[in-house]
Design a protein around this ligand. Structure first.
Ligand code: HAM
Length: 418
C-alpha cells in the first residue's frame, strides 16, 4: 500500500469541521477589518524566496522544496506567502490604484523540516498583509486582530511577544556589537552559527541548538541599540497595545527566522505545543517591496500556523459535526424510488437526508440511521405506501408521527425546521 510522504498529512472528516470553523471565523474577522482575499500560486521562481527570505536563513539554506522543471528553470514550492504577495502587489501595480492594500490568504506551505508534533513539511498558514501604511498603529492592529481571533477561537494559553529589530540606520551598530560578543563565545557555537556570525549575525540569535542558546544568554539586546525614531516607534506600539488592553511580553530575543523584517516583530506563543511554541508570527518589512523591484513602500503582516492553531483551539469539535437531519428507511423497489426523489428535493431545501440503496432490512437500515446520528427516520414500507402515509420517527424522543405522502417534502421540512 502506498503511504503518504513523511511530514505530510491528510485532514479527514471529523477533523475538517474544526478547520472549516476556524477558517470561517478568521475570514469574517478579516473582512470586518477591510481585508480582501488574494490567491497566489503554490510555486514561484526560487529567486523570489532567496531574495526575500534571505540566503542565510534555515528556510532557504535547508528547507525549501526546490527543483528544476523540464526546461531547467529553478522553481520552489512556497515556504511562506509574504514573498508571493509582495510579488503580486508589484507585478499588478496594485499600489497605483491605492498604495494601501489589506490582503489575506489561506493555504498550504512547504518546508522540509524535521517532522514532529506541530511541525509538518506541508502545513497551512492564515496570512494577512498590510501595504502602504508606515504608522506603527497598523502593527498594533495586526496584533489586536491576532489576539481577538485567538480569543474567539477559545485558545486558552496564548501570549503576544514583541520586539523591535531596528532599521537600516541602527541595525549595523547592533550587528557589530553582536559579532564582537559572538567572537568571544565562538568555541561554543555550532558550525552554522560560526558561518552566520560573519555573514548575518542576527541569524545566530535564531539558532535552535541548545548549546548555542546557552552561549547566547548574555548576547546584547537590539533594544539597547535602537535609533531615536525606532525607539519612538516601538514606544508607540507599546502605548497603543496598552490602550487596547492587549497584554504582551517584550522579548528581546525575538528575531524571527526570515531576513526581511525591520522595526516591530511579534509572535503569538503558547505553552501547549511543546517545542513548537509559535502559533503565529509577523512584523514590519518596509524594505521588501523596493528590494523586489517595486516602489518604496512600507508593509507589515503576519502568518498563523493553521495546524498549530487547530491543535490548541478550544472550540468543541463534537458540536461542529454535521449529522443527517433525516434517514429514509425505504423498503421495496417502489419506496426506494420515491425516497430517492425526496432526498434530492430535501437536499435542495437544506435538509441533509440519507437513504439506503441496497435493499437492506428495516432493522439494519435503522442501525445505519443510528450510526450516522440521523435526528429523524422516515419509514416507508409496502403497507405505508398502500395507505399513502409514512412514519416519521424522532430518534431522540422516539416519538412517531404519521405523515401523508402528498407534500411529504413540505411536511418533513415543517417538522425538522420546527
Ligand atoms: P513564520 O514564523 O516562518 O513566518 O511562520 C508563521 C507560522 O507558521 C509559525 O508561527 C508557525 O505557527 C507556522 N509554521 C511555520 N513552519 C511550520 C511547520 N513546519 N509546521 C507547522 N507550522 C509551521 C512567516 O511565514 C512569515 N511569512 C509571516 C509574515 C507575514 N510576516 C510578515 N507577513
Amino acid at each position: 500500500m502506498i503511504q503518504l510522504i513523511r511530514g505530510f498529512k491528510d485532514i479527514l472528516p471529523g477533523d475538517i469541521e474544526l478547520w472549516q470553523q476556524i477558517e470561517k471565523i478568521a475570514v469574517e474577522l478579516f473582512e470586518d477589518f477591510g481585508f480582501k482575499q488574494i490567491r497566489i500560486p503554490i510555486m514561484e521562481r526560487t529567486e523570489l524566496f532567496k531574495r526575500s527570505i534571505g540566503e542565510d536563513t534555515d528556510i532557504v539554506e535547508k528547507e525549501m522544496y526546490t527543483f528544476a522543471d523540464r526546461k531547467g528553470d529553478m522553481i520552489t514550492l512556497r515556504p511562506e506567502a509574504t514573498a508571493s504577495i509582495v510579488r503580486a502587489y508589484i507585478q499588478h501595480k496594485m499600489f497605483a490604484a491605492d498604495p494601501v492594500q489589506k490582503l489575506y490568504m489561506i493555504g498550504p506551505m512547504f518546508r522540509r523540516e524535521r517532522p514532529q508534533k506541530g511541525r509538518y513539511r506541508q502545513f497551512y498558514q492564515i496570512d494577512a498583509e498590510i501595504f502602504g501604511v508606515a504608522s506603527p498603529l497598523v502593527d498594533v492592529q495586526l496584533i489586536f486582530l491576532l489576539t481577538t481571533l485567538f480569543s474567539r477561537l477559545k485558545v486558552a494559553d496564548a501570549r503576544a511577544h514583541i520586539n523591535s529589530l531596528g532599521c537600516p540606520k541602527c541595525r549595523p551598530g547592533f550587528k557589530t556589537a553582536l559579532r564582537e560578543m559572538l567572537m568571544s563565545v565562538s568555541d561554543r557555537l555550532c558550525s552554522d552559527c560560526i558561518r552566520r556570525r560573519d555573514r548575518n549575525p542576527l541569524r545566530v540569535l535564531d539558532c535552535k541548538v541548545p548549546a548555542c542558546r546557552e552561549a547566547l544568554v548574555d548576547a546584547p539586546s537590539i533594544l539597547d541599540h535602537l535609533c531615536a525614531e525606532c525607539k519612538e516607534d516601538f514606544a508607540e506600539v507599546q502605548q497603543s497595545l496598552d490602550r487596547l488592553n492587549v497584554p504582551y511580553v517584550i522579548d528581546k530575543r525575538l528575531v524571527r527566522g526570515l531576513d526581511y523584517y525591520a522595526r516591530t516583530t511579534f509572535e503569538i506563543q503558547t505553552g501547549s505545543l511543546g517545542a513548537q511554541s509559535a502559533v503565529a508570527g509577523g512584523g514590519r518589512y518596509d524594505g521588501l517591496v523596493k528590494e523586489l523591484g517595486g516602489p518604496e513602500m512600507p508593509a507589515t503582516g503576519f502568518a498563523i500556523g493553521f495546524d498549530r492553531l487547530a491543535e490548541i483551539c478550544g472550540l468543541n469539535s463534537a458540536d461542529l459535526q454535521r449529522t443527517p437531519h433525516l434517514f429514509v428507511a425505504a423498503l421495496g423497489a417502489q419506496s426506494q424510488a420515491m425516497a430517492f426523489e425526496w432526498i434530492c428535493s430535501l437536499g435542495l431545501a437544506g435538509i441533509r437526508a440519507e437513504m439506503d440503496f441496497s435493499g437492506r432490512s428495516l432493522k439494519s437500515q435503522m442501525k445505519r440511521a443510528n450510526r450516522l446520528g440521523a435526528s429523524h427516520v422516515l419509514i416507508l414500507g409496502e403497507n405505508e405506501l398502500e395507505q399513502g402515509t409514512a412514519i416519521l420517527r424522532n430518534m431522540q424522543t422516539k416519538e412517531q408521527t404519521t405523515v401523508g405522502l402528498d407534500h411529504v417534502v413540505e411536511n418533513i421540512k415543517q417538522v425538522i425546521f420546527a
